[in-house]
Design a protein around this ligand. Structure first.
Ligand SMILES: [Mn+2]
Length: 366
C-alpha cells in the first residue's frame, strides 16, 4: 500500500509536511518522525502548521522543527517551492486551516496519510486506514516499509501520538498491532514513564485546583445516570486561570459508577457558555450539542452558546434526562418484543412437537 508514496518520495527533494489546526501529539509525532527520516535521506523538509505546538507536545519537538505559519514571511515562498506536500492525520483542506488555504492553490504533488473516516477533498495519492488507532501507526508502517532507522526521538514522537490517540491504549481501535508497534518503539528507545509524565503530569497548580473544585461540585441527576458540573467566570478569576487551560475535564463525571452522560459547562466570557458532553456509548449526545449550534461524535460532543450558566446547565440536564428515558423505553420495548418472539417460538415448537407425536402415533399404529 505504500509503494506509490515511496516512489514519489524517492523522486523528489523539497517537501512540506502539514496537519490539522490545533495539532495534537498524533499530528505532530507523525510529522516529526516522517520529517526526521526524509532529512536522513538528504531531503529538504519543512513542517508547517496553521497553529503552534501546544505545551503538552513541546517535549517531542525540543528543536522547534514544527513551524507556525506566518503569512507575511518566507513561509509563503517555501510553500510555493515545495514539490511534494504530505498531509497527515487529516483529510480536508478546511481542517488544515490557513496552511490548507495556501496549499490548495499550489501545484505541488499532494499526499494524504490519515485514519479519519472523513471524505478526502484533495490528494493525488492517499492512504486512509480507519482501522489504525493513530496516524502515527500509519507513519510507523510507512517508515518500516522504507527501511528507516528509528532514532529514540522518532520512536518517542510516534509513541506519544499512539498513546494520546488511544486515550492510553483503551479506545476501541487499540489492537494487537497497536501493541506490537508500541513494543518496537520501546525497543527503539521510547521511554513509557517519561512520555506519560510529559503528557499527563504537567498540570499547573491552579489547573489541578480547578479540577478539585469541579470534582467537589459534581451533581447527579436521573437516578445517578447524569453527572454535571460547571464553572463561572467569577470562580475562574478566583482561581486565576485562563479559559484556555480548562480542557481535559469533560470526562470527570465518568469516574462515577452508573454515570452514562456527563455535562461540563464553562462560562468562557460573560454569558458565553462552552458546553462539553460525554456519553458512555449508551446514548448519542451529539444530537443535544446540535440543538445548541454545536456537534461532534456520538459519545463526545460540544457547543458554544449564549445564556446564563445555571439555565444552560438545567436545560442540558433536562434534555439528557429525556434522552435516557427514551433509550430506556426503547430498550424495554425491544426486550418485550424479544420475550414475545421467544414465547411465539416456544409455542410453535410445541405445536410442531405435538404434530410429530401425532404422526408417530399414526405410523406406529398397527
Ligand atoms: Mn490522529
Amino acid at each position: 500500500m505504500w509503494q506509490k508514496i515511496i516512489s514519489i518520495i524517492n523522486e523528489h527533494e523539497k517537501f512540506v509536511i502539514t496537519s490539522h489546526t490545533n495539532p495534537d501529539c498524533d499530528a505532530l509525532g507523525s510529522e516529526l518522525a516522517l520529517a526526521a527520516h526524509l532529512r536522513a535521506m538528504g531531503k529538504s523538509v519543512l513542517i508547517m502548521n496553521s497553529d503552534p505546538v501546544p505545551p503538552t507536545c513541546w517535549f517531542i519537538d525540543r528543536k522547534n522543527k514544527a513551524k507556525r505559519f506566518h503569512k507575511n514571511s518566507r513561509h509563503l515562498h517555501k510553500l510555493d517551492e515545495a514539490e511534494v506536500v504530505i498531509v497527515v492525520d487529516v483529510s480536508g483542506w478546511e481542517r488544515i486551516g490557513r496552511v490548507g488555504d495556501k496549499l490548495a492553490q499550489t501545484k505541488s504533488f499532494k499526499i494524504c496519510i490519515d485514519h479519519h473516516p472523513d471524505p478526502i477533498d484533495f490528494a493525488d495519492v492517499a492512504v486512509i486506514d480507519t482501522s489504525a488507532a493513530a496516524a502515527a501507526e500509519l507513519i510507523y508502517s510507512l517508515l518500516v516499509e522504507m527501511g528507516a532507522t528509528f532514532t529514540p526521538r522518532m520512536a518517542q514522537a510516534l509513541y506519544a501520538g499512539i498513546l494520546t490517540d488511544t486515550g492510553g491504549f483503551r479506545f476501541p481501535k487499540t489492537s494487537p498491532k497497536t501493541h506490537q508497534i508500541i513494543a518496537d518503539l520501546i525497543g527503539h528507545g521510547a521511554d513509557p514513564l517519561h512520555i506519560y509524565k510529559q503528557v499527563y503530569e504537567q498540570s499547573s497548580l491552579a489547573r489541578t485546583r480547578v479540577k478539585g473544585y469541579l470534582l467537589s461540585n459534581i451533581e447527579t441527576a436521573a437516578d445517578g445516570q447524569i453527572a454535571y458540573y460547571s464553572i463561572s467566570q467569577k470562580t475562574l478569576k478566583e482561581h486565576n486561570i485562563a479559559f484556555g487551560h480548562l480542557n481535559g475535564f469533560a470526562g470527570l463525571g465518568h469516574e462515577i459508577r452508573k454515570v452514562r452522560v456527563t455535562i461540563y459547562c464553562v462560562e468562557a466570557s460573560p454569558n458565553r457558555i462552552k458546553i462539553s458532553l460525554r456519553s458512555d456509548g449508551s446514548v448519542t449526545i451529539n444530537q443535544i450539542a446540535m440543538e445548541y449550534g454545536g456537534g461532534g461524535h456520538p459519545s463526545a460532543a460540544g457547543a458554544s452558546t449564549e445564556g446564563q450558566l445555571d439555565e444552560i446547565v438545567a436545560g442540558l440536564v433536562d434534555k439528557a434526562t429525556l434522552l435516557l428515558e427514551k433509550a430506556a423505553a426503547e430498550a424495554a420495548e425491544a426486550e418485550a418484543a424479544e420475550v414475545a418472539t421467544t414465547e411465539a417460538e416456544a409455542e410453535a415448537a410445541e405445536v410442531a412437537e405435538a404434530a410429530e407425536v401425532a404422526e408417530e402415533a399414526v405410523t406406529t399404529s398397527p
